[in-house]
Ligand binder design. Sequence first.
Ligand SMILES: Cc1ncc(C[n+]2csc(CCOP(=O)(O)OP(=O)(O)O)c2C)c(N)n1
Ligand SMILES: [Mg+2]
Length: 810
Amino acid sequence: MATKTIKTTAEIRTSIPDKKEILNDYRIAFESRQASLLGRREVLTGKGKFGIFGDGKEVPQLAMAKVFREGDWRSGYYRDQTFMLAANMMSLEEFFAQIYGDTDIAFNPGTAGRVMNNHFATRSLDDQGNWKNLATQKNSSADISPTAGQMPRLLGLALASKLFKQSKDSSVTKGFSAKGNEVAFGTIGDASTSEGHFFETINAAGVLQVPMAISVWDDGWGISVPNKYQTTKQNISEVLKGFEADENNAGYRIYRAKGWDYPTLVKIYRDGIELCRKEHVPVLFHITELTQPQGHSTSGSHERYKTKEQLAWEQEYDCIAQMRTWMELEGIASTGELDEIETNAIARVKKARKTAWENYLNPIKAKRDEFLKMADVTTCNCAKTQKIEAIKEDLRMIAEPIRKDIISSARKILRLICDSCSNPQNSLKINVTAWLEQEMLDNADRYNSYLYSNSEHRVDNLQSVAPVFDEKSVMVPGREILRDNFDALMAKYPQLVVFGEDVGKIGGVNQTWEGLQEKYGETRIFDTGIREATIIGQGIGMAMRGFRPIAEIQYFDYLLYGLQVISDDLATLQYRTKGGQKAPMIISTRGHRLEGIWHSGSPLSMVINSVRGVKVLVPRNMTQAAGFYNTMMASDEPAIIIEPLNAYRLREKRPSNIGEFLIEPGIPEILRPGTDVTLVTYGSCVRIAEDAADQLKGFGISCELIDVQSLIPFDVNHDIVKSLRKTNKIVFFDEDVPGGATAFMMQKVLEEQNGYLYLDAPPRTVTGKAHRAAYSTDGDYFSNPNAEDVFDAVYNIMHDYQPERYPKIF
Ligand SMILES: Cc1ncc(C[n+]2csc(CCOP(=O)(O)OP(=O)(O)O)c2C)c(N)n1
Ligand SMILES: [Mg+2]
């Protein structure tokens, strides 16, 4: 039996719950442990592919669940199953459904089988994709696997409370908040605190003073790497001491406790969360001496790297064993009472496992039986029937089939069905084909749906509304169109908040938000520190709670700092919850051609292939950019909008319907009709292409110039191939690296749109150099494609096509 080493002091004793509550907690912890033990068995016997569990971390999570209220949010990681059970945010059946990868949201509402087990999420949206009332339910933002990836979004979840508290507008708070009294709870492992995201978030929350409560579950290990290689002084709360509030400075409150010390844990969570909720002081709970009874995950065994002494210590200090000893020593419960709780818990968990397994397996078995019955070839004597029967028999013999077994058998059988296997009453070939088609659709819904919003507010439900020009329309610098458009959007959408580096006081580095902080106040438009990852995370968390953030990234090249957050969190959000959560934020940035490697603003391919799930819009001028902002604000989807840097000063005609005109993404615009060569580009390159097209005209070459306007989505109506059918020659042009976004466009047009059918000459790409742009105008000229390069590329295609008419120049 475990020995208890700390006595319950008089101070702690005052916050001990009553006996019923303690025993209920013990039941939950014990059930959770049994679930971990059985869960591992399910994986080792092949019912689940991978398993990671919360064993050894149960007791502090009971304390956290006690103070977690309706309207609160969690942003945590894979050890939190006891919390989810204790807070009634997940059932034991759902815990097992995750291990099996059940795709039915009725049984597996968090992830619909798309994500490994113990990745938790509640559903914020109804089945139409509309918000549920988030102020009256307990909320968990959807977990991701990258360590510390939960931190940037946590900041936004907490900041939302602060802004709700300050908001007087019920259209902003209704259904999302009760006066901003919600706490955002974060959890993280000790080793994951080594990540930059952790420190960036800690610092930002300290600056912002938001109701964020982080628990570090410290078991001393990150898989096989112990604390001494992870954390200075091997102690994260010691390291964070400088963040603590003192009499002169706001900061953090830090609480410490051993993870097996139930009464102290209950007390510190009560005290800490009360302070955090009331005063909006960020708090950190450093919970030490936690264990991993079964090691890190099902992928390895900790006996390989832990000493015998360490393993023995872990057994002794197992938090559940310690809690039991404490209850016995304190006379809270008798051995008999505790034994009974444990016996019942074991039975309860076994039952939940069985129910979840049947929920998962029975529909698959029924599908298998349905197929076997349909694929009846007994009336045919053709040479193939034996082979068909053999495949069917193999399928029939699988005790626990998966969908792959059925569909793969069906596809193989379809190849073997002869015409006489079918009879006039029962055309087997037709039936199996129809059945397979339906199955492929159903499985696409299970595994390939909801990368983007499916709600009525999705972008492709919106239609363009043209900018209106009248006799009063004057030419103004492009940045004024954006500024006036943002003004109109701020007035129209009270949920719209904008933040980033230099966006508040000075109105952005290009003055596109000029004067708007004075007009709308610092709670709606504000400066942030230089911290791109948490600027994005801040946007995600706020958007999850009903705000409509525009997060500013000062230059496109610096998006890289936030790209992990966009790619892993924002872009996968709808998908990984099968439409259960959304974060309709806009990432506003600017790029294309300033100076040098880190201000050239062109590495589009680095973005487009990592953010599928987010729209990527590349307007050529500020009227188009404003139209995209208007469209995205009218939708419920996230987007990156890249303003063309060199267009702020250039004059454009100011539309009279500022804030109202919409531009549908995915619709290329033919800027100049032409007959000889199709020239495809976007953003700032459009102006260079126009210059090149003028030069080519002088040589009798007619370019059809197309601005694709958005890379994701890309040419949804296949307009570019229509141009190619006419010209039979095509050049893709941008300033990304060779094989970058031009290759992406080429694949779309030649493969997806079957453009190869219409080519009379090899397709060409004109791109920047692989080294990215050198400094100065000359550096730019020799690094980036210019009008002469485009001229030469197009001219040489014409030369290859008609050498006499277009003699070689260069
Ligand atoms: C960015 C990233 N790097 C590596 C991993 C692989 N990985 C998963 S869990 C883990 C250890 C985390 O340890 P800790 O934060 O202490 O949590 P614990 O599992 O001990 O509770 C690692 C390295 C990952 N998921 N993400
Ligand atoms: Mg750890």
